[in-house]
Design a binder for this molecule. Sequence first.
Ligand SMILES: NC(=O)c1ccc[n+]([C@@H]2O[C@H](COP(=O)([O-])OP(=O)(O)OC[C@H]3O[C@@H](n4cnc5c(N)ncnc54)[C@H](OP(=O)(O)O)[C@@H]3O)[C@@H](O)[C@H]2O)c1
Length: 228
Amino acid sequence: MNFIVIGATKGLGLCLTEQLLAAGHKVAAGAIVLSPALSALKEQYNEHLLIAEADVTNEEQIAAFAKVAHDFLGEIDALCNVAGVLLNNDRIKLLHECDIAELRRSFDVNTVGPVIVVKAFYPHLKKGANVFTVTSEGVGIRSCGTWVPCYGLSKAAATKESGIFNASVSDVNFFAVHPGRMNTDMGRTTAQIEPEESASGFCRLLTGETPVSRDNWYIDYKGDRMEA
Ligand SMILES: NC(=O)c1ccc[n+]([C@@H]2O[C@H](COP(=O)([O-])OP(=O)(O)OC[C@H]3O[C@@H](n4cnc5c(N)ncnc54)[C@H](OP(=O)(O)O)[C@@H]3O)[C@@H](O)[C@H]2O)c1
């Protein structure tokens, strides 16, 4: 099968790209930079892997990526947008103390980024394709902790985007997915699982091994319903 992974430099995005390739699938991976780990995958899986520059805040770059990815893959079965940021001061500041630049950047990457991705890729996706945007837990309107407020706000809005996309079009299905608390650069301090475990759940979501329904569009990496 043919897949897009965006945010593939490290963490969950890198693990997911690796697992999809190891299972024999073709992947067009978008990354801000060509990390040594991605280069190594390219050496190993040359004909099955396309790597392209893809900063989700850059409309032109994502549009160009969508075109080359479609040329490389032909039919696109599913897309997974993993790209996300949790910025440093957001870990220690309350919302009323936050750096406005960090708030804006969190929204740019985590909330506006997924819309830029869907705008660019929607015309290239096969009918019935699934789009998975990695969001988070605790995104409900009444779920109001103080931890990482800029991140939490931006992921709450990103989660709702999948519902709005589903209401907007019927030929592609959109899902917001909580990946679990993973042991990555972002999640190390609160980790409960390794990114490999989450990635294998995402593999099953992308390939259809774990069935998904657009009526249940906010789920975790195992495909279980999340409460909004
Ligand atoms: N870790 C957790 O416990 C946890 C919990 C809930 C949700 N999540 C979400 O899960 C996803 C993966 O997280 P992770 O733990 O694997 O984090 P990570 O190790 O920090 O990886 C984040 C990835 O996003 C990429 N990225 C950042 N800004 C980008 C941009 N503008 N355009 C394209 N790519 C960009 C990074 O690329 P560079 O390295 O090149 O910047 C990196 O590949 C994120 O969306 C995160 O919010 C994580």
